[in-house]
Design a protein around this ligand. Structure first.
Ligand SMILES: Cc1cc2nc3c(=O)[nH]c(=O)nc-3n(C[C@H](O)[C@H](O)[C@H](O)COP(=O)(O)OP(=O)(O)OC[C@H]3O[C@@H](n4cnc5c(N)ncnc54)[C@H](O)[C@@H]3O)c2cc1C
Length: 407
């Protein structure tokens, strides 16, 4: 997130920007330093070079670069995607081998996975790991916090005691643990998400060509469609090669018989790029609550003005991409709330946190010594993918807590 987006966070943007740099260095991120989206993504110093594009993505990008003015006038900006995927070796992990199997996991460990950091932590003295445990709630006892839960497999009750506890079990689970621990049963708290639409980009010129054998299977290009000047006035998406997506994911949504859909997909596959498009969190209207028996309830809705924003964005996208010899095919309407995969904000950071909120260092109001360091803490969700921000904020919160111990 840039400085404008970080205005909604209760700390100085520089604190997070330092942490962005540290995380990017540690996990390895590829992307371009000098295309039209570089400034939008920010911090380009330690980027690894992006992998080669597939032919349809390359052609679209070439045509955009040759005639950028028209796109920019329409509010559309295109650039290389940023992914936490190595193209050069780093920390014992290898660079991408272009096998196209990204969605099945990476044998070369090029795609970042938190498990790699866990391996490194395990080598540190004083680090203990208890996996396979589900924590339900926290209670205070004699100046300590007790985290109570059970084993995932055997359901055996377990508890852990500590002076300080950092919760990072994800937006839904951390939010629920905080609400249970505060006894706020039945209270509905806001849950931000980024409503999304998926679509295809069709390039007829690639008809009768065969699919590539060697390619990078995650997002190739990123795009932004701006319709207003403020921080919530743009949608953001990623463009993928259809070669890297399992055929069944697409065949299953085609309004034809399965046999016909498979044939049609095999024929059209090499001509297609597939894309998603996310809208900012202000277009979501979701709530989370917990009941006394521990159950989590989520009501998911979109804001009333989302269909209008969607129409505006797709009108612009279609008009601009048609000039580059490509056609936008809206394969589906808006994804159901919850299927948009980016969510946050159930224990948001605030200058003056109320119950179930936290301060700028992640300290939860009403639970002294308990911190949140995951998606729960974000007070704002822009249309940009937000996981790097979650990681940078976790780095920032952890440094703050370490400093308290070292005082
Ligand atoms: C299909 C998909 C694609 C995505 N693509 C992107 C992308 O391209 N870019 C991007 O920025 N983001 C992407 N995201 C979002 C990204 O995965 C999340 O933003 C990120 O993982 C959230 O991090 P977190 O630390 O808040 O929670 P999580 O990553 O969910 O981590 C929470 C952890 O806590 C554990 N846990 C849960 N409950 C408990 C409990 N009660 N006790 C103990 N442990 C518990 C979970 O098993 C998990 O390991 C994608 C998500 C999905 C589902």
């Amino acid at each position: 997130m840039d400085e404008k987006e970080l205005e909604k966070f209760p700390f100085q943007p520089e604190e997070l920007i330092e942490s962005y740099r540290r995380v990017i260095k540690r996990i390895g991120v590829h992307g371009a330093k000098d295309d039209d989206l570089s400034a939008f993504f920010g911090i380009g110093d330690d980027l690894q070079p992006p992998p080669p594009l597939t032919a349809p993505a390359q052609r679209l990008f070439d045509r955009y670069c040759a005639d950028t003015k028209r796109a920019l006038c329409g509010g559309v900006t295109l650039g290389r995607a940023r992914n936490a995927v190595l193209t050069r070796s780093l920390n014992g992990r290898d660079g991408c081998q272009a096998c196209g199997c990204c969605l099945w996991g990476c044998a070369w460990r090029a795609i970042y996975n938190a498990a790699y950091d866990l391996d490194r932590l395990r080598k540190r003295p004083g680090f203990n790991w208890a996996g396979g445990v589900l924590v339900a709630e926290l209670s205070a006892s004699g100046g300590n916090w007790i985290a109570k839960g059970h084993g995932r497999r055997d359901q055996a009750p377990l508890s852990f005691s500590a002076r300080k506890i950092v919760l990072a079990s994800g937006t839904i689970s951390t939010g629920a643990i905080v609400l249970r621990s505060l006894g706020l049963f039945g209270k509905k708290v806001s849950l931000l998400s980024t409503p999304s639409v998926s679509f295809a980009i069709w390039q007829p010129r690639f008809l009768f060509r065969s699919a590539r054998q060697q390619f990078f299977g995650l997002s190739q290009l990123g795009f932004r469609v701006r319709w207003r000047e403020d921080v919530d006035g743009f949608a953001f998406g990623n463009i993928f090669s259809a070669d890297g997506i399992p055929a069944m994911a697409i065949v299953g949504s085609m309004p034809l018989s399965r046999a016909l859909s498979i044939r049609l997909f095999n024929f059209l596959g090499p001509t297609l790029l597939l894309a998603n498009c996310f809208f900012p969190g202000i277009f979501s209207n979701n709530h989370l609550s917990v009941s006394r028996d521990g159950t989590i309830a989520i009501e998911g809705n979109h804001a009333d003005n989302l269909p209008q924003a969607t129409r505006t964005v797709f009108r612009r996208l279609k008009r601009v991409l048609r000039r580059y010899g490509t056609f936008v095919i809206r394969s589906s309407s808006l994804a159901l709330p919850g299927a948009d995969v980016h969510y946050a904000g159930t224990v948001p950071m605030r200058c003056a946190p109320a119950a179930h909120e936290c301060d700028g260092q992640g300290a939860v109001a009403g639970l002294p010594g308990v911190y949140v360091a995951d998606g729960t803490a974000l007070p704002h969700l822009s249309a940009k993918a937000h996981t790097l921000t979650i990681m940078a904020n976790a780095d920032r919160v952890a440094r703050h807590i370490a400093a308290l111990f070292n005082r």
